[in-house]
Design a protein. Structure first.
Length: 215
């Protein structure tokens, strides 16, 4: 208990950092994932090719390599002076977007084809059909896998600690450098991650129950 009480401000900052990077990268992943899923089911071949390339590239690239590209290539070529927090959020969000895309695409495929055909028969465009008809029905199927994806994102955020981003795993390194026993430090870090992942699970459980009532 002393390792926590004696270093509570640092632990608090690490916990808030983990929550913050999880929240920001989750928004990035969700927005990009839904957009790319729309491209993957688009009737326009170049858009489908782009969506497929996006998923294939990001899903098969190690997350650590994406962090290295984000921190050492992106600032040099595109956006110099970006904060480590934003760079870490982008790397994590882009990586996770490929998994969100596949989950959303699987949900879209569960919607009967007749729904889209009926929408097109009354003059709706592809984007209108996707936004108004297909995605609302696919959401019920997508919620459970998205919960697992965002829990995995939370755990993946530990990599950001190696790139000067303040988060829980970075607190573990600080405590190790100060000479604290590693076992209690890891216990508190694990409990911090459990709090975040249980909160995500609870949030998605509530959404899933709400969608079941709506059905």
């Amino acid at each position: 208990m002393n390792v926590l009480l004696d270093n509570f401000p640092e632990f608090r900052d690490g916990f808030i950092g983990t929550v913050s990077i999880t929240a920001v990268s989750s928004v990035i992943a969700l927005v990009l994932g839904v957009l790319v899923a729309g491209l993957r089911v688009s009737p326009v071949p170049p858009l489908r090719i782009f969506g497929t390339a996006w998923v294939t590239l990001l899903r098969n690239t190690p997350l650590t390599l994406l962090f290295l590209i984000s921190f050492f290539v992106v600032p040099e070529i595109f956006f110099p002076g970006m904060s480590p927090f934003l760079l870490g959020s982008l790397a994590l969000g882009f990586y996770t977007s490929s998994f969100v895309c596949e989950a959303v695409r699987s949900g879209i495929n569960t919607v009967p084809l007749g729904q889209a055909e009926a929408a097109r028969s009354i003059g709706m465009t592809f984007s209108q059909t996707l936004r108004i008809v297909v995605l609302p029905q696919a959401t019920r199927t997508v919620i459970p896998p998205l919960s697992s994806i965002f829990i995995a994102l939370t755990k993946n955020s530990a990599i950001a600690g190696a790139f000067s981003v303040t988060e829980l795993f970075g607190w573990q390194k600080l405590m190790s450098d100060r000479g604290y026993a590693i076992a209690p430090v890891f216990i508190w870090v694990a409990l911090g991650y459990l709090v975040v992942t249980f909160a995500i699970s609870g949030l998605f459980w509530l959404v899933e129950r709400r969608m079941e009532v709506a059905r």
